[in-house]
Design a protein around this ligand. Sequence first.
Ligand code: GLU
Length: 372
Amino acid sequence: MPLRLDGGGFRLLTAHRVQHNGARGPYKGGLRYHPDVDLDGVRALAAGMTWKTALAGLPFGGAKGGLDVDPKGLSPAELQRATRGVMDKLEKVLGPMRDIMAPDMGSGPAEMAWLMDEYGRLHGHTPAIVTGKPVELGGTVGRVEATGEGVAIVTHEMAAAIGLPLAGARVAIQGFGNVGSNAAAALARLGCRIVAVSDALGAVRNPAGLDVDELVRRARSGIVGHEGMTVERITNEELLATDCEILVPAAVGGVLNAATAGAVRARLVVEAANGPTTPEADRLLAGAGALVVPDILANAGGVIVSYLEWTQNTQNLAWARAQVDADLERRLVAAAADVRARAAADGCSLRAAAYRLGVSRVGRAVRLRGYV
Ligand code: GLU
């Protein structure tokens, strides 16, 4: 896809959209903006969405998209042209009953507004074509916070299951974008002590607890490099090895791997990011007695509230925040209970249980449609 640059000239970008499975309903999943985006990675993420929507009981299939660019390296005008360009290339395979995009790493409400507007220019106003839109343009209240708040809800359920009190529990969070920062705020409200956080520029730690409100205020300009906070500056590796009860990887994939997982001291690892743990790391963590809450459960709050946005759009409704929050909590608590029960019945990990549930629900839909 050629992108016309502000200073004249063009840059060639590559965008992907993978529609993995649609047996349970329209394809659903985010659009990621990151320089490392490639087809294989998008394929894996699309498959993850298929199992995630099934696990959450949503009437959606799974998809993911990506554009191989660092959005911070583009001007606002270039970013808008790139985003409209993606829609111009994809509009024929999307639709509110066919494939619904949403935010992912590097994208948010602004990009969703441009995607909706571009689709509307071609097909007429269609708010249900994307979720994660600004509230003023048909987005739902609570969508921005949904993934992070969902991480806190699932953490609450799983901590209770292993007898870990959240009041005073020490939490380290890797990644302080939309998901990490909202998870930090929600976990702090549940009584957790946030002792370490990191962003792309570095990490900070204070065993007595960090001021989460202050960190959220600073998140846009980078949480490190600021004066006036009582913090110890640490590396990302040190953050993963921080002495804490709960570790929340909320950034890129693959951060818990054979080289880093051995140093993890948390009892509970909650995968706010997609794919943060490699299979070797999974084995190391299990061997060390840590409970890993898999991504397709831990971060399902985002797509759950996307579903609530889509249902509001198709009925021209605008729910109150309390209704969104109650629905999100009910669905996540049920999904967490399903995963726990399956893990206990099968004697397997939470990850295996979550996959078994997701895959079997998709399998049932495939059989009911008469495909096999
Ligand atoms: N990108 C998010 C995810 O990985 C949200 C997807 C959506 O809301 O459709 O789950």
